[in-house]
Design a protein around this ligand. Sequence first.
Ligand code: B12
Ligand code: SF4
Length: 490
Amino acid sequence: MEIPLRVTVRYVSIDQRSHRRLMEKNAGLAPIINGSQRVSDNYGRYALPNMNILLINPPNCGRSIPEENYGITRIKMIFRGEPLSLETLAGNLGGHPVAIVDLKADPLGLSPERLPFTPDVVGLTGVTCEANTVLAISEELKARFGTVVVVGGHHASCDPGFFSRPYVDYVVVGLGKLSFRQLIDTLEAGGKPDIPGVLNIREGVQESFTPRCYTTADLVDDRPPRYDLVQQHRDTYVMSGVGGKTGFVASAFGCTHSCAFCCIPNMTENRYLLHSNASVVRDVMALGDVNTIRLVDANTFGDVGMASDLADRLIQAGVRKPLVADVRSDTVVRNPGLFERWRKAGLAVAVIGFEEISDQRLSQLNKRNTVQTNIEAARILKTLGIRIVGDFIVSPDYEEADFERLETFIQQSDIDLPIPAILTPIPGTPLYERMRSHIIIDNLDYYTFTNAVVATQMAEAHFYQRYAGLLEHCLSHLHSGGSHGGKEND
Ligand code: B12
Ligand code: SF4
């Protein structure tokens, strides 16, 4: 069915150059339908092509103290995933020409011959270690095109003020699928945006900000992600040596908990929001030719009733692909039957944040969980034949004995792929407030979860040797075959 999204032509009052470009663009359009000039997007919706929107995933970046200072080159990022954030935003931009440039997959994607159009708006995403790179790209594109620059994603949601620069116009905090569309609509109408969750920047100075009360409306369930926009890179989105070609699907946002180190609660102002199960199955089916489906939610099983229904629907739909999903260990221990069901639905790998191996340290992180529960959950999952990726946090105050205890714990455990990350106080988290006076490295390039940004208790060189050795040992599981999934140190 063709759904006309708009019937009137409206222009953004960005600047004369953009305005002229829009006029020229519309002048060349065909066909003429009911007296209006309209084009269809890939989903059959019709609208006036008012703004060229370019969404950008920054390139691989981040810096490594072990490598720079000690020549330790063994700490490497091992996964590449599709930019689901941008595909999701694009899904709700029907009617506008939209392109995604994934600089991780195509480092030259911003070169003139590669760009499909001159952008009127660029939107950039980024985690904390990418924030400086996002700024550099924003500055370059502002100078090159005079375009409207919008920044969103994890770091924007943790510390929106960081992006108050003369070459950034708007910062979208938290979920952006609806608020970005509202921003585009307002710009298109020539209005001054006053949208909850969107920070307006004027000449480098932030204006007043209204927090957004996120609800399921922000998930815009009925508009699927635009997987098609990165189809050319699909073969390169892999979990190296493990799950093979992997597709991403989101079923939940935010979390039921608020651990001190975690930035997830910021995305939704502490709410836990679920997509409808019908839309999740739709997205899983849409991915087509991939070997593994990664449910990228921070916590897929926070609502046991919904999770149980989702398992049933995946079984009914005949999805016969290995699934990878994050779960809290206490959910497993309280609901073993749920995971039996999910095993049938295809859950091949459960990603668990074990984090620490002492209850006292877990409590300091506000994990609200125990080591015993972690061990019990691992036992239940292994009995069901579900593989386990376990995230651990190595604190910079670790001493030799702590490394030894962690190594012994990992060796004795059933965890298929343990991933140790270094405790990193991300701006905007309670941990950051607690540790900020101890931070010795504030260059965000180092916030990769593989650098100590506060002083280490051990001699620094020894700490990194120990950490690199631990990581290498853990990742050796990866290359020994098997079909487990993997995790991004999250
Ligand atoms: C998939 C994933 C990856 C993929 C990234 C794929 C890609 N984008 O290229 C891979 C495996 C490569 C990866 C790598 C890393 N990751 Co990662 N990753 C995730 C994960 C599991 C899911 C992200 C996702 O796709 N979500 C689904 C989308 C739809 O949601 P979203 O991203 O939140 O997007 C919404 C909003 O943020 C907003 N939005 C986002 N971008 C934009 C842009 C604009 C313009 C607008 C308007 C809005 C907007 O709107 C979107 C829709 O509502 C998250 C955990 C999580 N559940 O969020 C961690 C997470 C994002 N990763 C994290 C980290 C730390 C890393 C690494 C540093 C880990 C490491 N040591 O290797 C690296 C960094 C990469 C690098 N440059 O080196 C942290 C980030 C913390 C932080 N603030 O820095 C997270 C939050 C995990 C955690 N719990 O701590 N990761
Ligand atoms: S660490 Fe996991 S359980 Fe804790 S708030 Fe983040 S996503 Fe939720």
